[in-house]
Design a protein around this ligand. Structure first.
Ligand code: SIN
Ligand code: MN
Length: 266
């Protein structure tokens, strides 16, 4: 999958791009089932909310076959390679739950702020490309983005270690108010299988989910190989140290995986 010139221009101008229904219902169904099974297991890579509900499962591409295939899927790898003009490795991989009723806030932040401060990443030549596993609605804690905020570079941030179970470099209200006055807020929504990519310096966050509708999203953080991290401080399942370029799997790899599973169960 190649991005068009218009899509690349939108990404450069606005800092984000949404590609609806990029994965089929069959491909997403298998990923959703595997994500739920992963959350049911106790392992250190699975971070929980203060309530105990799952918040984020790190590094599932290293131990789960469906997510390994997703982590090397050409529909995710090729567009980001196109934007950075070089091969990529996986800096971080997470399945965020935003569980029904209990999914907690992600405060306003820039991802590159954390990658630079905590991992020693030289440049904002990494970005998130995400896949909706559930329907993302205006009401179940969609990811909110401040368009064009990436043009401000890396902004001052404070290390919030108390609001949620997960420490995050967050922006203050005054800065967010200024950025929103310039760019507004968008919250891309859509059916499972939608893909959202956004610049490493784009300011984003999400509200708690008090609805009965879960909102699972998988995030691949793809880094240009030459921009590999230099000073990691976090565990290697949060900030990976394997800088091997990703070789994309075949286009139908996930569909084949889903069908093999069904044949085996029959
Ligand atoms: C993130 O910013 O890393 C996650 C936000 C979310 O999933 O709502
Ligand atoms: Mn983020």
């Amino acid at each position: 999958m190649q991005l068009s010139a218009d899509q690349i221009a939108q990404f450069q101008e606005e800092g984000w791009l949404f590609l609806p229904e990029t994965f089929s219902p069959e491909e997403v169904a298998v990923l959703r089932e595997e994500a739920e099974a992963i959350y049911a297991v106790q392992r250190p890579e699975i971070w929980r909310e203060k309530s105990g509900a799952p918040r984020t499962a790190f590094a599932a591409h290293t131990y789960n076959e469906a997510f390994r295939l997703l982590g090397a899927h050409p529909r995710l790898i090729r567009p980001v390679e196109q934007i950075f003009g070089e091969q990529l490795y996986m800096h971080q991989f997470k399945i965020n739950a935003k569980a029904a009723f209990t999914g907690d806030v992600w405060q306003w932040h820039q991802d590159y702020g954390t990658w630079a401060r905590d991992d020693g990443m030289p440049e904002p030549r990494a970005m998130n490309i995400s896949v909706f596993l559930d329907e993302v609605m205006p009401i179940n804690g969609p990811l909110m983005l401040i368009p064009r905020s990436h043009r401000h570079g890396t902004l001052a941030a404070g290390h919030d270690v108390s609001t949620t179970s997960y420490p995050l470099w967050t922006l203050d209200d005054e800065m967010v108010t200024k950025l929103v006055a310039e760019g507004g807020i968008v919250a891309p929504t859509g059916r499972p299988g939608g893909v959202l990519l956004f610049h490493g310096n784009l300011v984003h966050g999400s509200a708690p989910n008090i609805t009965p509708y879960p909102r699972k999203i998988v995030y691949l953080t793809l880094n240009a190989v030459s921009n590999h991290i230099r000073r990691p401080t976090r565990p290697d399942w949060i900030a990976h140290r394997d800088f091997t370029p990703i070789l994309p799997v075949p286009e139908d790899a996930l569909t084949e995986y889903a069908r093999r599973g069904r044949r085996a169960a029959a």
